[in-house]
Design a protein around this ligand. Structure first.
Ligand code: FES
Ligand code: FES
Length: 154
């Protein structure tokens, strides 16, 4: 039987009826049509589905939508300002060519914003360690690391 779900997503209150078995990533993509949150593995390995819940990065492919009841969610679509200007981390990825195919990029960006909240001035070693849960199949991570370093100084 569907349950009523309410949460705040990218600053807006939303409510919807969902089946209890619905994954949070499917709710975000299919019900809310916020398709910037990607599904790469569906098994919590690749990080393409990373969002922020109550201010912390989480992989939403291994959570149920009902676990987000009452929470505050931020997805990649919520990062840009109202005038369309990019979040500093998005700008740093663009400026340092931190993406190629871009499939992993939303999850990377959400993860490293969380990283900088916890460690405002991370070493390269720490950035690489923190990116352990975000897989990019087309780069050597070098430009992604450069982008994070640049954003930490922005
Ligand atoms: S789709 Fe969630 S970690 Fe890969
Ligand atoms: S840019 Fe292609 S998987 Fe990361």
């Amino acid at each position: 039987m569907p349950v009523r779900l309410s949460m705040t997503v990218n600053g807006k209150p939303i409510s919807a009826d969902v089946e209890p078995r619905t994954l949070l990533v499917d709710f975000i993509r299919d019900a809310l049509r916020l398709t910037g949150t990607h599904i790469g593995c569906d098994t919590a390995q690749c990080g393409a589905c990373t969002i922020h819940m109550n201010g912390a990065a989480v992989k939403c492919c291994n959570m149920l939508a009902v676990q987000a009841q009452g929470s505050t969610i931020l997805t990649i679509e919520g990062l840009a300002k109202a005038d369309g200007s990019m979040h500093p981390m998005q700008a740093a990825f663009r400026d340092h060519h931190g993406l190629q195919c871009g499939y992993c990029t939303p999850g990377m960006v959400m993860s490293v914003i969380d990283l900088l909240k916890r460690h405002p001035n991370p070493s390269e070693e720490l950035i690489r360690a923190e990116l352990d849960g975000n897989l990019c199949r087309c780069t050597g991570y070098h430009n992604i690391v450069k982008a994070v370093q640049a954003a930490s100084k922005a």
